[in-house]
Design a protein around this ligand. Sequence first.
Ligand code: UD1
Ligand code: CA
Length: 455
Amino acid sequence: MGLSTIILAAGQGTRMRSDLPKVLQPLAGRPLLGHVLDCAAVLGADDVCVVYGHGGEAVRGEFAGHEVRWTLQAEQLGTGHAVQQAMPGTPDDNQVLVLFGDVPLLTPGTCRRLVEETPAGDVAVLTVDLDDPTGYGRIIREGTSVMRIVEEKDASTDEKAVREINTGVLVCPAKKLRAWLDDLGNDNAQGEYYLTDVIAMAVADGVTVHGVKADTWTEVMGINDKKQLAEAERALQSRRVDELMQQGVGFADPARVDIRGTLTCGRDVFIDVNAVFEGDVELGDGVTIESNNLVRNSKLGAQTVVHSNSHIEGATTGTACEIGPFARLRPGAELADNVKVGNFVEVKKSTIADGSKVNHLTYIGDSEIGKDVNVGAGTITCNYDGANKHKTTIGDGAFIGSGVELVAPVSIGPGSTVGAGSTISKDVDDHQLVFERGRRKTVPGWTRPQKKGAK
Ligand code: UD1
Ligand code: CA
């Protein structure tokens, strides 16, 4: 049987108090709806439909690359009405799984359990027991069977005492769901078409409704405001860190690390406090990330050490590189093996070959640096003439003294030495010593200007 996933994402999210639509609020750097779409993708649903409304085109635009059936719910008349909008394109023979765009922590495992444990033709709802069920729809059972769901605002005192609540996630055969939705009314406290009323209709038609309990509350928590968003962020982060620790990754403090994307680690990786990983990051065997580092879309080779307070984006390193403290690797920084990039050094769109060192206060941009090169403190590749960028090439074994300006386009031959303080604007051959700096001028007996009015 095919699976259709219908994701409800039309609600306004007033309590976020934000111009950004609720389902676009970021959780671990990805919009809430993105997490739900990821879950649907892992499930391998052959039809994914998103019911959208508030935030309209912004929501669609954010997921332009996804194969999704978008259905507009122009007016938000309730969860039942929302699902109904998606039914015209839903194949009759499919099983429908209803998910919520603001319930981002639900795992594919739980969804699969719900779908697989529901015999063909039956209905299932995902529930959870809460100490304080206030505000949620209550699951009303007779024996083990679920008979109906009653919303908080429509519930009697007895019903309000029920602690098993509706998470909103539901499995239902498409053909039957279509028929029940067509019969929904809105004669209730909120004047809405409730999806939850489908349960009593199913029971009336002799269909068995299963109530399946979620393992944890966090997995099914709905996000309505910034406080819940922050809670969900912590829950998701701790889930990710737990997974990595099981794989053998060491953390100084599992609560003080953030992974906003995919972090892949080899053996014996150690991550100190306040490390933030964004996008796709790969850390090879034995990599150490010291405290206060940002690493974004980068691949760091085995045994590489990133000292504190570095900012690394779009970079790659080979084996046993040393970066920082206070280093900045920008997109296109490609370090080979045993390369050192020290404090207050910025590297952009440049390759640095094996064993080279750029240790202090330096800018390397649009450059190709050979093996075993030493770049002295305060050296700058002047890559920009105000209009265009130009390339600097430094050959194997060259030694660049401190405070050198390399005015690109320029190349320094292998084995050459550039004297400190030089401004090099013409190519240098191999194995030479070159100076390019002004001669010393002296003015004997010179006195400094005096401050006016001073005695
Ligand atoms: C709903 C359930 C309630 C459950 C709770 C779990 C109903 C009637 N009630 O209540 O039993 O305990 O979720 O969080 O289903 N949406 C639309 N279009 C609409 C209305 C809602 O797309 O017209 C979307 C919202 O964006 C949201 C989801 O459906 O993602 C739930 O809507 P919401 O209004 O928050 O439902 P609750 O009152 O919380
Ligand atoms: Ca809600």
